[in-house]
Design a protein around this ligand. Sequence first.
Ligand code: URA
Length: 267
Amino acid sequence: MSEDRPLNHDEMLAVLDWYRAAGVDIAVGEEPVDRFAQRAPARAAPPAAPVPADPERPAAAPPMLGGDPSEARSLAGSAQTLDELQAILGLYDGCGLKHRATQLVFADGNPEAKIMLIGEAPGAEEDRQGKPFVGKSGQLLDRMLAAIGLDRTKVYIANTVPWRPPGNRTPTPEEMALCLPFLHRQVELVAPRIVMTLGGPAMQTVFSTTSGIIKMRGKWSEVSIGQHQANAMPTLHPAYLLRNPAAKQQAWMDMLSLKLKMLELGI
Ligand code: URA
């Protein structure tokens, strides 16, 4: 028996609760919307005339900083230290991911390290603690590093985007493009001799490629990341290894290859 009437307020809230309990925590329309394209004309418009304060309404949101990659580039380029870069990112409002995340997940490890690891994006635990790779895949990453004598005092760890995407989805190309200048600056300021990317999206971002991780993993090349040149190799993401334990054999080969590269470079 079905009633053909609109839902009332309480019923709508009950439906939303039901969705949330089922893990649906983001609303997506039927048609894709290119918010990147939408943002440009809005930003070019002249500033609106001031509106008299209305005590019944909440204060307007603060003005947006950033929002297009060239602005992100100039903000990122103005950072002279990692602390400055972190502070600038903390203020940057151009990437929508920030508004759904609990906090900025900037980096972990040693900023003087010669080895930098770049993952995809923070997950739920990273979002809670404000540090990359502290959940289950981070624990596996720590074991992989320990197997070749490394730990977080000897590596520096960051992600392609520093905010958790809702529901742990892969960051969109627009989100990655907005965050890329900050990652480039982070790499320039750390200046590692070796960069290892974790998983397909991080590899595609850092190596500017559309190739798949299975084909590319374990291969070394010299890459320019921002203005910095480093020896770089993609490997499999620890979260993938947790889901596909048989692939740990390949990851182990990559870790041995990393150890050899360290010996070759005298690190
Ligand atoms: N996966 C990532 O790619 N990065 C993190 O920080 C955690 C999980």
